[in-house]
Write a protein that binds this ligand. Structure first.
Ligand code: NAP
Length: 239
């Protein structure tokens, strides 16, 4: 069997990826989110608020038998938080968004690599990043900062595995492109004084230029199945 731990399986890309993987009888999906929206015999849900550091610190990966082929962690859950300019933001929202987008992924990767250090399965970690990691969008300081952190976290983790000659653990960051999810709806609901480029996102939607979560999920599943073929540690899906 293969075991997939995916954060943010209640909607959007994470849900589509879970459903794509559950189509194979070899796969068990362990989802993590505040809400549970998938009912499937091979789906196990942990209700967790990733903004709560104590909850993340208490999380444990399961033990899996030695004949498990692949164990995967997809750090997908993410939030834009409240869009707005520095100096006008809510401190608590800043802290909780950073927890979801960056602190939780670091802790989960640390726990994952510790728990499965001596497990013979192939290990794959995919961190979902964004073009915002390298573009300074006004109103998105927390989101851009967290995704830039995710990119560097991935590069360091990759370098460390290489340094340890650990060829059984693959770590990649993947930006999914602009995808038709609740996150995009939230972006389009922003006012120009909080996010000056909101028109661009209205145009993408009106011109049917958003990727469908199901298509992104298929591509992510291909990357997970063939992590060796990735040419870049940080890449962007192009459909
Ligand atoms: N959509 C895009 O255009 C786009 C572009 C680039 C990158 N991304 C990235 O893709 C990933 C998925 O986003 P999406 O577009 O699919 O957004 P989405 O539909 O809003 O889904 C976000 C997921 O994250 C989970 N989540 C958010 N806050 C959480 C919390 N406090 N605790 C636990 N889970 C939490 C949500 O679950 P609950 O609400 O049930 O907790 C939900 O399942 C994110 O990392 C995002 O940054 C998206």
């Amino acid at each position: 069997m293969n075991h997939y731990y995916i954060t943010g399986t209640s909607s959007g890309i994470g849900k589509a990826l879970a459903e794509e993987l559950l189509a194979s009888t070899n796969n068990v999906v362990h989802g993590m989110a505040r809400h549970e929206t998938i009912v499937h015999e091979r789906y196990r849900h942990t209700s967790i608020d990733l903004a709560q550091q104590e909850a993340v610190l208490s999380f444990s990966f399961e033990l899996h038998p030695d004949d498990t082929k692949r164990i995967v962690l997809v750090n997908n859950a993410g939030t834009l938080g409240d869009m707005g300019y520095l100096g006008e933001m809510n401190d608590e929202d800043v802290a909780s968004s950073l927890n979801v987008n960056l602190v939780a992924p670091v802790i989960l990767i640390n726990k994952f690599l510790y728990q499965f250090a001596n497990h013979p399965a192939e290990k794959v970690i995919i961190n979902i990043t964004s073009g915002a990691a390298t573009a300074a969008y006004d109103g998105w300081s927390v989101y851009c900062t967290s995704k830039a952190g995710i990119d560097m976290l991935t590069r360091v983790a990759h370098a460390e595995r290489k340094q340890r000659n650990d060829g059984r653990a693959h770590i990649l960051a993947v930006a999914p492109g602009v995808v038709d999810t609740a996150m995009q709806t939230k972006i389009r609901n922003a006012t120009e004084d909080k996010f000056s480029r909101v028109d661009k996102f209205h145009d993408l939607k009106n011109n049917n230029q958003l990727y469908k979560p199901v298509d992104v999920a298929k591509q992510l599943a291909r990357i997970i199945a063939n992590p060796d073929t990735a040419t870049d540690i940080v890449s962007r899906i192009s459909l």
